[in-house]
Design a protein around this ligand. Structure first.
Ligand SMILES: [Zn+2]
Length: 85
């Protein structure tokens, strides 16, 4: 048996097959959802370039800063005591 055409590390799962067991599963998902959708999900989940990460961090911090400003301007600071079960 030869090497899998997709991962290029595992052995194909049959003599005339192109893919290993795991890549056959990926191939099945591509058949179900389409190459574009599977690629899009992989990009979104696994690939995040540095600028997007910084943007995401800035976005999260912006929300937190706005909430704090709102609290300082409009509400007295209320200390929340820990609840004891
Ligand atoms: Zn494979």
């Amino acid at each position: 048996m030869g090497k899998c055409y997709l991962c290029e590390t595992e052995q194909t799962d049959s003599y005339f097959g192109y893919w290993c067991k795991d890549c056959r599963r990926i191939r099945h998902l591509i058949n179900l959802y389409g190459l574009e959708k599977v690629g899009e999900v992989l990009e979104r989940v696994l690939v995040r370039d540095t600028s997007k990460q910084e943007h995401k961090i800035r976005d999260c911090l912006k929300d937190e800063i706005e909430v704090r400003k709102y609290n300082l301007r409009n509400k007295p600071v209320i200390k929340v005591e820990e609840e004891v079960d």
